[in-house]
Design a protein around this ligand. Structure first.
Ligand code: IMP
Ligand code: MG
Length: 176
């Protein structure tokens, strides 16, 4: 195990099984429709690539770069890299790593809705519903997790640990 890791919360096999199950549900729910996945850079990347391969529908994807962090004020969220393609008339599914206060996603939803997608839904790997400040509809959730900072499978602490193949907590002395 990595020296800085305190505890593995979700091992690779559980991630894999859950992502497959989400893919099957999305495949069913989007029957007859083409799907456009939008992930939020950079935390959602690892989840996106696995989830996309678990969906048996024609799909396209795009990335939105955003500067935000857990606990920050709504006004500090901004787009650092816009989408490459128009989403007008498309069935958009936002693929997020984690939803905490919901402020980031609320901002993204507002921003995408004015572009007039045919539909807009949300899939997040991790969720802390009890931390919500703004209420937002979340359609697909991988796992609800406790109120401890986590890294791995795309999630970082100061840019590190994204490549861990599991979701884990860090030793407190590593980040406080
Ligand atoms: P929200 O705006 O409070 O919902 O925060 C969501 C964003 O904060 C996520 O997209 C992550 O980038 C970041 N974040 C929240 N919790 C964690 C965590 O435990 N580890 C790493 N990043 C996190
Ligand atoms: Mg994020």
């Amino acid at each position: 195990m990595h020296d800085d890791i305190a505890q593995i919360l979700i091992p690779p096999a559980r991630l894999k099984a859950r992502v497959r199950a989400l893919g099957r549900r999305i495949t069913r729910d989007y029957a007859g429709r083409d799907l456009h996945l939008i992930t939020i850079l950079r935390g959602g990347l690892f989840f996106l690539t696995d989830l996309a391969r678990a969906i048996e529908r024609p799909l396209s994807l795009d990335c939105l770069g955003i500067s935000s962090y857990a606990g920050q004020q709504q006004g500090t969220i901004r787009i650092t890299k816009d989408l490459d393609d128009s989403i007008q008339g498309r069935h958009v599914l936002i693929v997020e790593d984690i939803i905490d206060t919901g402020l980031t996603l609320a901002y993204i939803r507002r921003n995408l809705l004015v572009r007039e997608p045919a539909s807009l839904h949300v899939c997040t790997l991790l969720d802390r519903p009890y931390r919500r400040i703004v209420d937002i509809p979340v359609d697909y959730v991988g796992f609800e997790i406790p109120d401890t900072f986590v890294v791995g499978y795309g999630l970082d602490w100061r840019g590190k640990y994204r490549n861990l193949p599991y979701i884990a907590t860090l030793k407190p002395e590593k980040y406080r």
